[in-house]
Design a protein around this ligand. Structure first.
Ligand code: BGC
Length: 880
């Protein structure tokens, strides 16, 4: 690294912005609870957020005023019966509702007026949010189910007819389910969500979903239908995690209120009650883990339409409420996001076809096919193929303990009606796959047209983009995102096939990559609520969440379950929203206090260690203690944020004690080496800021030497993979970090891509015999690192939520240009550069009401930092 060279950084506004007319200034993107016009808000203090559309240089908000009321015209005219915040001299764009108490099932309108940098006001359009049940008192329906027990295979169907006699103003369906469901009204599906409601610890929290069904009702006779699936609630397939013994396990049940408000102001609620009828239908078996079986001969056309003859249908039975908390599912839903047609079809014989979808993914297959009555099709899904071209499931079925004949893994079974072209897509299952193998009991003719796969996941909005002159970087970014999305199903999972478990470590190791790339806050707020549901009174957390009981005493320590501190902290960094941190404060404290109790000297071996390393293993006590330090530091910072003076003092002292203990035991001050000096052992203390100030250079130099020794290849497991690139880049070795990041021979991320991976893998070694899923997110730091390095876009802990953006880009050798963008709470951040020889033209865009600080990289001639206001800027940087 070259230092101490005096230089000047030349920067100039190359394209001065034209002055924008004031009318082009407007508050936009109004959200409530981080969602646009949400239905079913259950809190008395919803968060209201907006952005400022104002392209002028230095654009800011100097004041705001919020109006909330139940009459949209009044709100438009600046009158709100619920809340008028008054003009607040503040640049805040996230404000917690602070008006009169909100009522259940009520539509509220709101509007914000902001005053721009010149003191001119401009108002947003009117936005809305609607409250939900707000507790249990407003439900009118009751929990019902069919009369079968947990072992019964066919899915229960339910129906009820009702009359709509008057004109409908609006109607909402509130649907609470233990298990999974699909609802339809007059034969049409309600909503476009998949696998609702999301998986929770069912005996502690049950979710209900709200849908606007106004347009689905008609005057006269109507019918409502429900099909229930088992999901994680009634796990019938056997696997090592014991979900079939979950304490909550029962036959799926539901409670439904269909609230109709008529144009004359009266209202009526159609409810789940004893007057519903039930029967079984074509879904003869369903398992979230293995597959769905469908017998098209058992279809009952018109069952969810009025006028259907349900004389053969039976009565329902009452069920108790599954948990004390029936709360709104206020989050981004799972959807069938991206359809894929086969890239290739191989006809093995008249009864066997294999389809290559060209992309590994989580999802489902839709099949449309005609064939002789009773023909049985087995639709098997896998990530690999044998040399014969048949699907190979040996890398993913290893923990399955069920009946491989009756309940084959990752396989749907379809029995054809013989009467028509049958269409089937599972409702209550998903799989991890790239290849689909269809085998049939009778010869059938198939083409690519018969099959569509849907990449299915929590439909989080893309929030980031990486586009560079280096194809491998672009591929790695895409591949990482595909692995991330494959592992987002209302909670982050480890893999979409073998386990589908909410492994805590995998979740937090990927959190920055997640938040740079996707609008994930609602999913993480839900998952952290799952954490709170699962925490033991003593503070301990299981390492899969949710869990039916498995995951204690399984090395469920700090390097995995620090999710409880790390995720709320990162959400605060990325969104500037401290609610999750506040909601988890007591839980983080309980967790840290527990570890403190079992670790009087500040060191702990509570953890799993550097999982799936290339070669060298690392010291468990060192890595676990570093995570202990991290949690204590986060707790101390949170205490300060929330004005908890005594806690702040106490946890600052605790984190200092842990740090000192780590350095005393593991740091050789003479050599600058921690423990055995592995890549992980050097990078973890550097990245998590445990290294004493005066030793950083020495330790970083040792780390750099270590990666030089491996010729810029990885020798880490998951903990090192999180830390390594950052530790190098943040301490002056950005070129080394970059070389490791774009390495394409074994062992490296690039090696996976070179070998055709379309998602990240679980093991560096392609020939490994275990831990070999082809769709894992635990090594996913790479995708986020591009934002931090090539884009250099970082949140400023002192002004989180990108209120102030730290710009610390690197301009590595081998890359000529890059454009990295991130949708921050203030708007789009662009960090883009072009390099010609030693001259870099660096273009940035800072959203209105935000600012940035540019830190030239270590190899820039000028080291002076530059403060940038909102707007577009072009800086010229000369490299050494
Ligand atoms: C999972 C991992 C997980 C690990 C911990 C594996 O089976 O797939 O991603 O974190 O177990 O032991």
């Amino acid at each position: 690294m070259i230092k101490n060279i005096i230089v000047t950084l030349i920067w100039a506004a190359v394209s001065p912005m034209a002055q924008v007319a004031a009318s082009e200034v407007q508050p936009i993107q109004l959200k409530c609870e981080h969602l646009v016009s949400p239905l079913g808000v259950d809190t008395q203090s919803p968060r209201l957020t907006w952005m400022l559309k104002d392209d002028r240089p230095g654009a800011r908000q100097i004041a705001y005023q919020i109006i909330v009321g139940t009459d949209s015209i009044q709100v438009l005219n600046g009158k709100g019966t619920l809340w008028n915040s008054g003009k607040q001299g503040s640049d805040q764009m996230l404000v917690v509702y602070n008006g009169k108490s909100l009522k259940a099932v009520t539509r509220y309108f709101w509007r914000v007026t902001v005053w721009d940098k010149d003191g001119n006001p401009s108002s947003s359009k009117v936005a809305a949010f609607e409250t939900g049940m707000m507790g249990t008192n407003h439900w009118k329906g009751t929990w019902i189910s069919d009369n079968n027990n947990i072992n019964h295979k066919p899915a229960p169907y339910f129906r009820k007819e009702f009359e709509v006699k008057k004109d409908v103003r609006y109607a909402r369906a509130y649907i609470a389910v233990a298990g999974l469901y699909e609802c339809s009204i007059n034969g049409d599906r309600v909503g476009d969500h998949q696998l609702d409601p999301m998986y929770t610890r069912f005996d502690r929290r049950t979710l209900y979903v709200t849908h606007d069904v106004t347009s689905q009702l008609k005057k006269g006779a109507n019918a409502i239908g429900m099909v229930l699936g088992n999901g994680w609630y009634n796990h019938q397939s056997l696997a090592v995690w014991d979900f079939h013994n979950a304490p909550w396990r029962a036959r799926p049940a539901f409670c439904l209120d269909l609230r109709i408000v008529y144009k004359d102001g009266t209202e009526e609620t159609i409810v789940s009650e004893r007057d519903w009828k039930t029967a079984s239908g074509p879904i003869t078996f369903n398992s979230i883990y293995t597959g769905e079986h469908y017998d098209a001969r058992l279809e009952q056309p018109g069952w969810d339409k009025p006028g259907f003859d349900d004389a053969k249908w039976g009565g329902v039975r009452y069920r108790s409420v599954p948990s004390n908390q029936v709360v709104a599912q206020l989050m981004v839903p799972i959807r069938l996001v991206t359809p894929y047609k086969p890239k290739l079809m191989k006809k093995i014989d008249g009864k066997t076809y294999v389809f290559d979808m060209g992309q590994n993914m989580s999802g489902v297959t839709r099949i449309r096919i005609k064939g002789p009555e009773g023909t049985i099709l087995k639709i098997k899904h896998g990530e690999r193929i044998h040399e014969s071209g048949r699907v190979d499931m040996s890398n993913i079925d290893v923990y399955y303990r069920g009946d491989k004949e009756a309940d084959p893994f990752q396989t749907d079974i379809l029995i054809l009606s013989g009467k028509k072209e049958d269409e089937f897509m599972p409702k209550f299952n998903y799989k991890g796959f790239r290849y689909i193998e269809v085998t049939s009991s009778e010869p059938v003719e198939m083409t690519e047209a018969n099959v569509t796969a849907y990449f299915t996941h929590s439909d989080v909005k893309p929030f980031g983009e990486v586009n560079t002159s280096v194809p491998l970087v672009n591929s790695l970014w895409k591949v990482t995102n595909n692995a991330y999305l494959s592992n987002l199903m209302g909670y982050p999972t480890d893999c979409p096939q073998r386990e589908k478990n909410g492994w805590t470590g995998d979740g937090h190791l990927a959190i920055e990559t997640a938040l740079y790339n996707f609008d994930g806050i609602t999913v993480y707020e839900k998952w952290l609520a799952d954490h709170r549901d699962e925490q033991q009174p003593n503070g301990v957390l299981p390492d899969i969440i949710p869990t039916g009981g498995w995951g204690y005493g399984t090395a469920n320590g700090l390097d995995w379950t620090s999710t409880i501190a790390i995720i709320p902290w990162q959400v605060y960094m990325f969104y500037g929203d401290s609610r999750l941190l506040e909601n988890c404060y007591e839980n983080i404290q309980r967790y840290v206090d527990y570890v403190d109790r079992i670790s009087p000297d500040g060191l702990t071996t509570f953890g799993r260690g550097d999982w799936v390393p290339v070669k060298t293993t690392s010291n468990l006590e060192l890595t676990s203690s570093v995570y202990f330090y991290t949690d204590a530091s986060i707790l101390a910072a949170a205490a300060q944020l929330f004005g908890k003076v005594e806690d702040h003092r106490r946890y600052t002292a605790l984190s200092q004690k842990i740090k000192d203990a780590i350095n005393k035991k593991f740091l050789n001050r003479t050599t600058g080496i921690y423990a055995g000096g592995s890549q992980t052992e050097l990078s973890v203390p550097l990245y998590w800021k445990v290294v004493p100030e005066d030793m950083i250079q020495k330790v970083a130099a040792n780390l750099n030497k270590k990666v030089e020794e491996t010729n810029f290849h990885l020798d880490v497991g998951v903990l090192g993979a999180k830390a390594l690139l950052n530790a190098l880049k943040e301490n002056g070795y950005e070129q080394s970090a970059y070389k490791v990041a774009v390495q394409d021979t074994y062992p490296s991320w690039g090696w996976w891509v070179v070998n055709g991976a379309t998602t990240l893998l679980e093991n560096w070694d392609l020939k490994a015999q275990r831990d070999i899923s082809d769709n894992h997110m635990m090594f996913g730091e790479i995708g986020g690192w591009f934002f931090k390095s090539i884009g250099g876009i970082l949140p400023d802990p002192r002004q989180p939520g990108f209120k102030n953006i730290l710009l610390r880009p690197i301009f590595p050798e081998g890359m000529d240009h890059a454009k990295v963008t991130h949708e921050s709470p203030y708007g789009t951040i662009v960090s883009s550069w072009t390099k010609v020889n030693k001259k870099v033209t660096y273009e940035v865009q800072i959203p209105a009401n935000a600012s940035a600080t540019f830190y030239p990289p270590a190899n820039a001639r000028d080291k002076g930092l530059v403060k940038l206001p909102a707007g577009k800027h072009t800086l010229q940087v000369t490299l050494l």
